[in-house]
Unconditional design. Structure first.
Length: 246
């Protein structure tokens, strides 16, 4: 699939947001026109290019960004994306940009296979029984692919220790949406995780029951839930409920 228009939208958005310290998730929300809490609080929905991209799935834009990083059109530093000179040239003179992951002839992603192995090891490893044993800080990774894998493994270890996920995000200087992204990715891959120690505490039985009932009606459609419960629950609360639904 040619994702030229999607990459152009990402690069145009970055140009408009160049004076902002914006995370990957915030950039994707901005491009897709998603009125997340962070977007609304920062007034980014008022900018001219808000919603510049089409309504493709979040996964699509993550794939575009990953490949753009691999092809040296984007770089990431301190959790912030910026365009490289090569990316700036593409923005001004767009050319074909074929997503490798969407090509049926592409071989299985080696990074995904390695992640499966690492996740399996993390799930079967024993953690300390010492309640005062704190999780070590997340290590610095040499590249984006390794960083994502390390985040996944570190997150599994935090859940094993029942560390509150908002505390985990703050301790590791992560946007909470990034933690939710990683949880969704792990669960979509079939990883069994129990985060009810956190959802039961922050949402409570009444809210969870209400959201579960709605998800039953709409077959777990998060976007519909965002619209239905706008102003009642925060988007991240809805995403958390969706993670433990069924």
């Amino acid at each position: 699939m040619d994702a030229k228009d999607s990459l152009k939208a990402v690069l145009d958005a970055l140009q408009e947001l160049k004076k902002q310290h914006i995370t990957r998730q915030q950039l994707i929300d901005f491009v897709r026109g998603v009125e997340s809490r962070d977007i609304l609080e920062r007034g980014l929905d008022k900018l001219e290019l808000f919603g510049i991209g089409d309504k493709r799935e979040e996964l699509h834009y993550n794939m575009v960004i990953d490949q753009a990083i691999d092809e040296k059109m984007l770089k990431i530093s301190d959790n912030t994306l910026t365009a490289t000179p090569k990316g700036t040239k593409f923005r001004k003179e767009p050319t074909s940009f074929i997503l490798k992951e969407e090509n049926e002839e592409t071989e299985p992603d080696r990074n995904d296979n390695e992640l499966d192995i690492l996740v399996e090891k993390a799930l079967h490893s024993k953690t300390s029984d010492d309640e005062d044993d704190e999780l070590a800080p997340m290590p610095i990774a040499p590249n984006p692919a390794t960083a994502r894998s390390q985040q996944m493994i570190h997150l599994i270890q935090a859940i094993d220790r029942k560390i509150p996920l908002d505390d985990y995000a703050e301790q590791n200087q992560l946007d909470f949406d990034e933690v939710l992204d990683n949880l969704e990715h792990l669960i979509q891959r079939g990883t069994k995780l129990d985060i009810t120690y956190f959802t039961d505490e922050v949402l409570g039985k009444e809210a969870l029951d209400e959201l579960f009932d709605y998800f039953d009606e709409v077959d777990g459609d998060v976007e519909k839930a965002f619209d239905e419960f706008y102003g009642i629950y925060q988007p991240e609360e809805i995403r958390l409920a969706r993670l433990v639904w069924k």
